[in-house]
Write a protein that binds this ligand. Structure first.
Ligand code: LLP
Length: 384
């Protein structure tokens, strides 16, 4: 990525820098590849990045939204994403959040338990409306990714297990203010092995066959969730994920009934590569066995390395010197405030501008204020 380093020099660090042209190209690629197949719809998973200025750009692409809180439903509406394209998931939707989504008239609730179905019925009845729901099924498919971001196993809190599906559908069919319109799945995040998605397709096919054979049930909407990963190791070589392969994998492996619509909830693959956390080296500290680059950005600005041991490329945008070997750390009073260990990075000096790459997804969105630190600002390439 060509960073406007001269412009960065005048901006207080740390901040998130977003390359709007790359975001637009990524959105266009995802939409174009999905449009090759009849009835494929992409919903952007707002949790990955809810920056309102980015959401407006997402809205312009025509994507819908995948929300997991009332706040996200509101953010989708504020960005101009039509309610008819909004899906709302989450194991713990409160009455207030359900009411907000019903009043907005969203496309679908992805429901995850019987008590949640009861709550939606009650609130929809009070309003005299019918809520459309998809049952989130726990497909019990493992994904080759970090344990903290695997969601589709029976031991995870998400979704309804296979053995309980019949009972849950019975409950829904007895309700007068709920219409069952679909099935929802999600196996995890940062998935680069298409075999995992193929395994999910297999489970969906089995379930569709079972529901058809035992109940004569064919639902109009199949939501396969998100999870397409990105190349954290090589952001410049792979700035846009392989959406062609991703959608083709589903098109080739899902057995659909005529007219069935397929929904995708993509977060990371849309926004990760366009975002970079820009920081300055506050100090370079030479210990006895280590050299540390101490940044003015910390785990509160980008928590992924501390929380998931996640790899992000780190570049020195100022130095052209030969590499040294460094631990890059933040200023926060926690030993886990480490971005990387023993990494080869050009020799760094106090004041150098550093780029932590592939930080557009789950970066700014997960920032927090520990140690009375400010939430980092966002700078869009179009503003410079
Ligand atoms: N749909 C559902 C139901 C989800 O739970 C998620 C992500 C997505 C869609 C979007 O997944 P994506 O396309 O972004 O992989 N903070 C973690 C990732 C947590 C993902 C949570 N759920 C990280 O930084 O890696």
């Amino acid at each position: 990525m060509n960073f406007p380093v001269d412009a960065f020099a005048g901006i207080e660090t740390p901040f998130y820098y977003y390359d709007v042209a790359l975001l637009e190209r990524t959105l266009a690629a995802a939409q174009r590849e999905a449009a090759r197949y009849d009835g494929f719809h992409v919903h952007y998973a707002i949790k990955a990045n809810f920056n309102p200025r980015l959401l407006k750009i997402v809205a312009q692409s025509g994507m819908g939204a995948d929300c997991v809180s009332g706040g996200e439903v509101r953010a989708a509406m504020d960005a101009g994403i039509p309610a008819a394209k909004v899906v709302f998931a989450g194991v713990g939707k409160t009455d207030k959040e359900i009411a907000l989504a019903l009043d907005a008239g969203i496309f679908c609730f992805n429901v995850e338990s019987v008590p949640e179905i009861e709550a939606i019925e009650e609130l929809a009845a009070q309003r005299g409306v019918v809520a459309r729901v998809a049952v989130r099924i726990n497909p019990n498919v493992g994904a080759h990714t970090h344990a903290n971001i695997t969601t589709g196993l029976a031991e995870n809190k998400f979704g309804i297990n296979y053995e309980q599906i019949d009972e849950v559908i019975d409950v829904i069919e007895a309700k007068s203010h709920i219409e069952l319109t679909g099935l929802h799945f999600h196996i995890g995040s940062q998935i680069l092995v298409m075999d995992d998605f193929i395994a999910l397709c297999g489970r969906i096919n089995e379930l569709q066959e079972l529901l058809h054979d035992t109940r004569g049930l064919v639902l109009p909407h199949i939501n396969v969730g998100g999870g397409l990963g990105i190349r954290y190791d090589a952001p410049d070589k792979y700035p846009i994920p392989d959406f062609e392969l991703y959608f083709a994998t589903y098109a080739n492996n899902l057995k659909l009934h005529p007219g069935q619509q397929v929904h995708f909830e993509l977060g990371r693959s849309i926004v990760a590569q366009c975002g970079t956390l820009i920081a300055r080296a506050t100090y370079v500290k030479r210990g006895t066995c280590k050299q540390f680059i101490i940044l003015d950005a910390g785990m509160n600005d980008l928590v992924r390395p501390a929380l998931y041991d996640a790899y992000h490329r780190i570049e020195n945008l100022t130095s052209k010197k030969p590499d040294g070997v460094y631990d890059v750390v933040g200023p926060v009073c926690e030993s886990s405030d480490v971005f990387c260990k023993d990494r080869r990075i050009p020799e760094t000096a106090r004041g150098d501008i550093m780029a932590i790459r592939s930080a557009g997804a789950y970066g700014e969105a997960m920032a927090f204020g520990y140690n009375c630190r400010e939430i980092p600002k966002a700078v869009l390439s179009t503003e410079l």
